[in-house]
Design a protein around this ligand. Structure first.
Ligand SMILES: C[S@@+](CC[C@H](N)C(=O)[O-])C[C@H]1O[C@@H](n2cnc3c(N)ncnc32)[C@H](O)[C@@H]1O
Length: 314
């Protein structure tokens, strides 16, 4: 299959990812897909550094306009050297605490206490499933902020929190919740209209900053066994990952599956279908984009990307 041109990538992003989710990014992606000057600048970057989410996040991070395509064009062309340098240095590392809402039912049902090890942890905000509050339909679990809303079908909401005695994360580029610049980058990665996600990021980062997790710079395959070996005895080791494997080349994903299956404890995956292979999957609930939640390789539920909904089928 021929690789998409940069123009096609932006047009596709606007039509498939941003439509119905972010009118500003839909408009902007379409405008960039027709903007010969910005496309030529993007094509001077390595292919892996041209994505809409990265460009738009960097422009937001630098204080540029993303709501107005003409202003965006002007800002991008005028500030290209600094934008290009940031795009080369940074990666899309959106850290969405909301994904804990789909992990919680699985975590609560495992033998307690738990030693959590997240691969592709970003700043580690998904390592605090026991510290957030949740609303599954009308059912509230826990108290305080943030409250993670999840429209769940086919399952009973968890009746208790997991007991977590250890939390560790592995990432090629761990971000630090106590560093305002890292939190500002995470904020810039949130799409413009998603004020509720921005508030959730601030609340989750405040929780993480009180007791920062052990975050190790490393690769999901090469460095996983050594970090897993640090988990305390007497706790159930749970290796998990959400929205990470699409960034890992296919042969490395296979190598990761082999490594994780050799570890003691359990493995939770929450990834796009097709990124990890499953023998049988039912049809998804509708035409929206879903992830597959799986425990030890057995698929359990369809989940929406920010944890806002789950449809349990196991
Ligand atoms: C989209 S973010 C998701 C972060 C977090 N799991 C969440 O759901 O909020 C993906 C993360 O995976 C990390 N990552 C990608 N490839 C990796 C690899 N080979 N080894 C370790 N981390 C990786 C990236 O650096 C990034 O922080």
């Amino acid at each position: 299959m021929m690789a998409m041109t940069t123009a096609e990538e932006y047009a596709e992003f606007g039509a498939r990812e941003a439509r119905g989710v972010s009118p500003a990014y839909e408009r902007l992606a379409l405008a960039v897909s027709r903007d010969e000057e910005v496309l030529a600048l993007l094509d001077g970057l390595p292919a892996s550094k041209r994505q809409p989410n990265l460009l738009f996040g960097v422009v937001r991070f630098l204080g540029g306009p993303v709501e107005d395509p003409a202003g965006f064009h002007e800002f991008t062309v005028a500030n290209w050297p600094v934008i290009a340098a940031e795009m080369r240095a940074r990666a899309t590392q959106t850290n969405e605490a909301g994904r804990c809402a789909v992990l919680l039912p699985v975590l609560a049902a495992l033998p307690q206490p738990l030693a959590l090890l997240e691969v592709g942890a970003s700043a580690g905000l998904c390592l605090y499933p026991d510290r957030y509050a949740y609303r599954y339909g009308d059912h509230l679990v826990g108290s305080g902020e943030p409250v993670l809303e999840c429209a769940a079908t086919g399952m009973a909401p968890p009746g208790s929190f997991p007991s977590v005695v250890w939390r560790a994360g592995l990432d090629l580029n761990p971000l630090d919740v106590t560093d305002p610049a890292d939190v500002a980058w995470l904020d810039a990665l949130i799409w413009p209209e998603h004020a509720h996600r921005r508030a959730r990021l601030r609340a989750a980062a405040a929780i993480g900053a009180v007791e920062p997790p052990l975050l190790v710079r490393g690769d999901v395959v090469d460095d996983l066994p050594a970090l897993a070996a640090k988990a305390p005895e007497g706790a159930t080791l749970v290796v998990f990952h959400t929205s990470v494997m699409y960034q890992v080349p296919a042969p490395r994903r296979q190598a990761f599956v082999e490594v994780v299956r050799d570890l003691p404890g359990h493995w939770i995956a929450n990834e796009a279908p097709g990124v990890l292979s499953y023998d049988r999957l039912p049809a998804p609930p509708d035409g929206a984009l879903y992830n597959v939640l799986a425990l030890d390789g057995t698929p359990l539920a369809w989940t929406r990307s920010h944890g806002q909904a789950m449809s349990w089928f196991a």
